[in-house]
Design a protein around this ligand. Structure first.
Ligand code: ADP
Length: 657
């Protein structure tokens, strides 16, 4: 039979290089990856055979077998799952089909430590075998095909691989690792059992190893684990034993699962090196019955902003794996949540279409969303511990569990806060709960730690709105001329610098009865915060300024919708604002940068009638130039660019000369 030599897709070759050079510090993960592939292959068989029972052939007991041959230095992981046809072996083991591969490659830095973490998130799967093997042989046959349709795939893990057809009576896949000299420690049953226990106890499939016993049967030193005998003196008995717990983790009682086991399971399903931030494991009863085990990661994945990225939830029905990335189970703004949902009610042959329509699925989605929000609320509650004194003056004692949660919400928010905000526009039902979870920087805090509730508690007597400003950067927000009067009066303003803020706030008009007001929209109305004398002075200045105002309007009629006198400025001569219902200039700019259509609305120029520059306007021979400079500078101050930058420079230079 013919043998073909094929090249790896360029990305695979690159990945292989990284795997062997960056992941050697934690080589044992290959056991987890290969067993997980074997388990997926069995899940797929179980699923496909729901409609084609014949696929089981005469071998209905799905299992993974781990064997080794110390003399030949090979370690073999065999499953009787779905298997691969020749073409599938070529496609699946020679290319990476994962979405986001390009993003991933683009983010690699060349720094081994950093890259190792990224690779972990990306999930190297099968290729991790090359951390310990100098050569890998895969022998496989797809369920339902003839014995002659077996395939052997071989590679040394560099540029290419070989495939040939073989006779393979048994269904499924064997991955044979030809171990490198420095990895022979895996040719030992103790070692393998301990690694399998660590990574694969939660796999619901039995993992079998052949029982061994000592040749001589006699103990030399009974207190020693090996009885003092030398390794290599064992013989295989031909009997198989199950070496993992073989019960799906989420089906076990909470009290029987250690935090380490929860963390191991998280790493297995998420490919994330970091331990999770928190998790929730519950059996939900009622109209719809299901088990949920949901995790919040501690770090954002490299492809968090990939729009095609699907939710990281695995759907099971009565412990049978149905599908990955079940989008129907988690709203998009919670796409960072990882976990498992196991339903007792859905039919086993549930399709993606059916998922979208099912009432049970809707109930599961709602329940899971609420669960995630509760987890976040709990973290938020314990983020900062504020010691409270009781009546006897004794400071309260902190619960160890609560203490462990300190600082976690801030950590979560730094990673995922911007994604959470999308929920304001996506999930109307939970908008109020979401609003409570939001945190912002403000004129009193450079870090995003201020909640709407904190803000409200600090509002000035007579203040009627929650003020905020949106800008591209914190510096631009903080130094915006629009804040001047607020700073002068000591009124706090929330500083919003996430790209999503402007959009998200379109969906939130008030918090707990207090309206939200952008300081860059509409006229400032500080209401009772402004004293009568100030108001009067402003009105008089405006009156006196009227003729100049008319001239300004005329000079700037192509650029400004209106020109008016304002009280919001203290040190700056002018600023731009938009009409109450208009789109902010910042959002319009963002849309344009993204190549989208933004409505062509003109901003309003507000001038500070008490500023010397503005006062100079009256009767100036440079009136026209000054007017345009005033406008363009207001634009610059908020991070925009004059429409005709060269003309702006020319005008300023002419005045400088
Ligand atoms: P992933 O598992 O994340 O898709 P891998 O690199 O581990 O990535 O595997 C690539 C593909 O190879 C899998 O998606 C699967 O189609 C196939 N594959 C790997 N191992 C097996 C196996 N034991 N049985 C059947 N197919 C397998």
């Amino acid at each position: 039979m013919s043998k073909q030599t094929l090249s790896f897709q360029a990305e695979v070759a690159q990945l292989l290089h990284l795997v062997t050079h960056s992941l050697y510090s934690n080589p044992e993960i290959f056991v987890r990856e290969l067993i997980s592939n074997a388990s997926d292959a069995c899940d797929k068989l179980r699923f496909e055979s729901l409609n084609h029972n014949a696929l089981y052939e005469d071998d209905p007991n799905l299992a993974v077998r781990v064997t080794f041959d110390a003399a030949a230095k090979t370690l073999t992981i065999t499953d009787n799952g779905i298997g691969m046809s020749e073409q599938e072996a070529i496609d699946h083991l020679g290319t990476i089909a994962k979405s986001g591969t390009k993003d991933f490659m683009g983010q690699l830095t060349g720094d081994q430590k950093q890259d190792a973490q990224l690779i972990g998130q990306f999930g190297v799967g099968f290729y991790s075998g090359f951390i310990v093997a100098e050569k890998i042989t895969v022998e496989s046959r797809r369920a339902g095909l003839q014995a002659e349709s077996g395939v052997r795939w071989t590679s040394g893990g560099t540029g290419d691989f070989e495939v040939e057809s073989i006779l393979r009576p048994q269904r499924g896949t064997s991955v044979i690792l030809h171990l490198r000299e420095d990895a022979t420690e895996y040719l030992n049953a103790w070692k393998l059992k301990s690694v399998i226990g660590k990574y694969s106890d939660h796999i619901s499939l039995p993992i079998l190893m052949e029982k061994e016993e000592w040749k001589d049967g006699e103990l030399i030193n009974p207190s020693d684990e090996n009885g003092g005998r030398q390794p290599g003196g064992m013989v295989k008995t031909g009997e198989w034993e199950t070496v993992n717990k073989a019960s799906a983790l989420w089906t076990r009682a909470k009290k029987d699962i250690s935090p380490e086991q929860y963390a191991e399971f998280y790493q297995a399903i998420s490919h994330d090196h970091q331990p999770p931030l928190t998790w929730a494991h519950n059996r939900v009863e009622g109209n719809t019955e299901y088990t949920q085990l949901l995790y919040i990661p501690s770090k954002a994945p490299f492809d968090l902003w990939n729009r095609d990225k699907k939710a990281g939830i695995k759907l099971y029905v009565k412990r049978v794996f149905i599908m990955d990335d079940a989008e129907a189970l988690m709203p998009n703004y919670l796409r960072f949540v990882k976990g498992v949902i196991d339903s007792a009610d859905l039919p086993l042959n549930v399709s993606r279409e059916l998922l979208q329509e099912s009432r049970d699925v809707k109930a599961i989605r709602e329940g899971s969303t609420k669960r995630v929000l509760s987890m976040l609320e709990d973290l938020a509650k314990h983020d900062k511990h504020v010691p409270a004194e009781n009546a006897e003056g004794v400071t309260d004692v902190v619960d160890a569990d609560d203490q462990a949660k300190e600082g976690k919400y801030s950590q979560f928010y730094a990673e995922f806060g911007a994604v959470l905000k999308e929920g304001l526009g996506e999930d109307f039902g939970n908008r109020e709960r979401l609003a409570k979870l939001l945190r912002f920087a403000s004129t009193t805090s450079d870090t995003p730690t201020v909640s709407f509730a904190d803000y409200k508690a600090r509002m000035k007597e007579g203040q009627e709105a929650i003020y905020y400003i949106t800008a591209d950067t914190l510096a631009a927000a903080k130094n915006s001329p629009q804040l001047e009067v607020f700073k002068k009066k000591g009124i706090e303003v929330l500083l919003m610098t996430d790209r999503v803020d402007e959009w998200a706030l379109n969906y939130l008009h008030e918090f707990d009865g207090t309206p939200l007001q952008s300081v860059a929209k509409g006229a400032v109305d500080l209401g009772t915060l402004q004293d009568e004398a100030e108001k009067k002075a402003a009105e008089e200045a405006a009156e006196a300024f009227k003729p100049v105002l008319a001239q300004l309007k005329e000079a700037l009629k192509d650029k400004a919708e209106d020109v008016r006198v304002t009280t919001r400025l203290v040190d700056s001569p002018a600023c731009l604002v938009v009409q109450d219902d208009g789109m902010s200039t910042q959002l319009a700019r963002m849309l344009k940068q993204a190549g989208q259509q933004a409505p062509e609305t003109k901003p309003v120029l507000e001038v500070n009638a008490e500023h010397p520059l503005v006062q100079k306007l009256d009767g100036s021979v440079h009136f026209h130039d000054l007017a345009h400079i005033l406008f363009d500078q207001a634009l610059l101050a908020e991070g925009g660019l004059p429409e005709d930058p060269a003309a702006y420079v020319k005008r300023v230079n002419a005045l400088l000369v």
